[in-house]
Design a protein around this ligand. Sequence first.
Ligand code: GCO
Ligand code: MG
Length: 405
Amino acid sequence: MPRTIVAADVIVTSPGRNFVTLKVTTSDGLVGWGDATLNGRELAVASYLRDHLCALLVGRDADRIEDTWQYLYRGAYWRRGPVTMAAIGAVDLALWDINGKALGVPVHQLLGGPVRDGVMIYTHATGWDVPELLEAVDAKREQGFLAVRAQFGVPGLDTVYGVSRSGAAYEPAGRGVGPKVEVWETSAYLRHAPVALQAVRDHVGPDLHLLHDAHHRLTPTEAIRLGKSLEGVDLFWLEDVLPAENQQLLRQVRAQTHVPLAIGEVFNSVYDSLDLVSERLIDYLRVAVGHVGGISHYRKILAHAEVYQVKAGPHGPSDVSPVSLAGSLHVGLATHNFAVQEFMGYPAETYEVFRPGWSIRDGYMHPGDAPGLGVEVDEKAAAAFAYEPAYLPVARNRDGSVKDW
Ligand code: GCO
Ligand code: MG
């Protein structure tokens, strides 16, 4: 008897931040969960699912995960793009979840079983000035993290994306009908970044893995200058130095600095990383499982990267829901070229809705051995947190022109 999909429903909820979740139910009463969250464009993916995909799923064989992926991707005429791939990703994650539950095994077992005991995670430390930053990094080390992303304020600027003041928690998206505007100045950032990051390295010693994110804001010449100025800091990686569209520009950066580079959190298919990987212009690929069509496509991206000795270091801020994060951990546990998982953590309310079975120990995370993805979703709790528009800020240069994200 085939296991048939009898319902596919979309849940939009905002426990601390907005999430779009897909619930797929089968004829034998199994429920699978998928994450369709696209920060600041949540309702577009919710509509793609509700208005175009959910009806197509009903009646399909839930065990045919790959065929469903091909049907939704190749069958749609319009391929790729963040909205499409996040929607397909939610379906795919839900079907892997169902398959694991049907067979009574965790998803990492479906993927071939563990190749490591745990997945190393990195978290965020932010401080407006250097003493605050050092304090924040120390706090993360005390919690056992082996890898920390350090972001800092820039003298002369009032705000910097992702950096809180006085140790307050920050949330990437601000609630309200439109994005806040922040003023940005690259020259001030380029002067200060080596000072702040060298101070962290001097403070923590050689062992801590140190990461930094430039958020796509530089030109190749600026990226080379930053890379060279950070060569003595021994970074684990420098992230998103350039906007990701014109990838041939990265050849110049690569030729002139040996700082390890990470790119790809805005990518949504293997075609976005083909050249970067096969030319080995990056060391780490940041693609997130939910944003690239789910586990079915993600494992192909990572298999391609493995051939070129490029490792995965996926995106995992608070706007990637615990369902995707669990999916990523299962893949990470079972995939050889998986280096590190970003784990920013979640506001407390998020855990009222999403109950993950993962554990964290000594800087490593394990997705748990419950069947499927191992995350349960409390629909009643979800209903109590209504969607509110929330957006990442937009940066403008001093002359008022819009800065790249
Ligand atoms: C990261 C990211 C985030 C993103 C945000 C976009 O490396 O975690 O750059 O800070 O900006 O998640 O939705
Ligand atoms: Mg980033």
